[in-house]
Design a protein around this ligand. Structure first.
Ligand code: AKB
Length: 317
């Protein structure tokens, strides 16, 4: 059985991905990597081993990889788009200097590496409708610059050293488990918390602004299925367009109101978030992922909304 290290196991994706990987590969085979101050708790702490795995220290990563005889690393350490604009140096240090350390450790220890890219790797000059797999990537945010670099550096390590690097360009991920922090697509999660708490939602993104989104169970499956895909079938590697739905704020609001007719939303547009959102695709073409490794989402906007409302209502009591 494969041994896996999840770096960033207590974050929005990591907390659910670690649990899902443990279900598939067994608890003892999946190490929850964390940084001090963000220790795993509850099920995450009890379900298997955990270890400090800070991407800014190559030596420390190497120790963990050797100790647990790691075969595959899911590297989820990154700042999201809005917070990265406020701390560009830190975003680079974690996203790129950190990735360098991960790739070096992977090269020395023959590990496969998954590092997510994002719709943030595209920019204003990218075609916005059905954004192709291979197209212009000239983002104007540090998040985008670091995601394009992530894709290129990961490709480089594959081509030069044969490191098995793979990634997807995640859209906004919607989940009821761990809230995201500092992203442009966070509103699509926050709106559900407001609806379930019976509060009015103040929307930071303008009416008509479409972005790609995905329900977390599909996001987890995308990462795991790509890492399990037959390498002979992969023409691309870093990273694949994947999507499940694309909507503007008024569409998700209307969808929630089917279940909560009294729910209210008002717009107070945040200029930074809006500028980032407008520079991203309106909808992705994910046919390369479908053709090369059989990607298919299970949740559209209706099924996702229903499940989110149900699960969040249980969670918030
Ligand atoms: C963000 O909004 O920053 C992220 C992303 C789409 O990469 N959720």
């Amino acid at each position: 059985m494969k041994n896996i290290l999840v770096i960033g196991s207590t974050g929005q994706i990591g907390s659910e991905l670690t649990t899902e990987l443990r279900r598939t590969y067994g608890g003892d085979h999946v190490v929850a990597g964390y940084i001090p101050g963000a220790e795993p708790k509850g099920e995450l702490a009890a379900g298997g081993p955990s270890a400090i795995a800070d991407v800014t220290s190559g030596e420390q990563l190497a120790e963990v990889v050797k100790k647990y005889q790691i075969d595959a690393i899911y590297n989820l350490a990154a700042l999201l788009s809005v917070v990265a604009e406020q701390k560009p140096r830190l975003a680079w240090k974690i996203g790129i200097d950190g990735l360098w350390n991960v790739l070096e450790v992977a090269r020395e220890n023959k590990c496969a590496v998954f590092t997510p890219s994002s719709i943030g790797s595209f920019g204003p000059s990218t075609p916005h409708e059905l954004t192709p797999q291979d197209t212009v990537q000239r983002p104007k945010t540090i998040y985008g610059v670091s995601k394009v670099t992530t894709e290129l550096l990961s490709d480089y390590y594959y081509l030069k050293y044969g490191v098995d690097t793979r990634s997807v360009r995640f859209p906004g991920l919607i989940s009821y488990v761990t809230p995201p922090g500092g992203g442009t697509t966070d509103y699509a999660v926050d709106i559900f918390y407001a609806a379930v708490r019976g509060e009015k939602f103040i929307c930071p993104i303008a009416k008509g602004t479409r972005m790609d989104m995905m329900y977390m169970p599909d996001g987890l499956r995308a990462a795991i299925e790509l890492m399990e895909a037959n390498p002979d079938k992969l023409i691309h590697r870093n990273g694949f367009n994947v999507t499940a739905m694309s909507f503007p704020p008024e569409k998700i609001y209307a969808e929630i109101r089917k279940w909560k007719p009294d729910f209210k939303m008002e717009y107070q547009v945040d200029p930074l978030k809006q500028a980032i959102a407008e520079s991203w695709p309106d909808s992705l073409d994910d046919s390369a992922a479908r053709e090369e490794w059989g990607w298919r989402p299970n949740f559209g906007i209706g099924a996702m909304t229903r499940d989110m409302l149900e699960k969040l209502t249980e969670k918030l009591g």
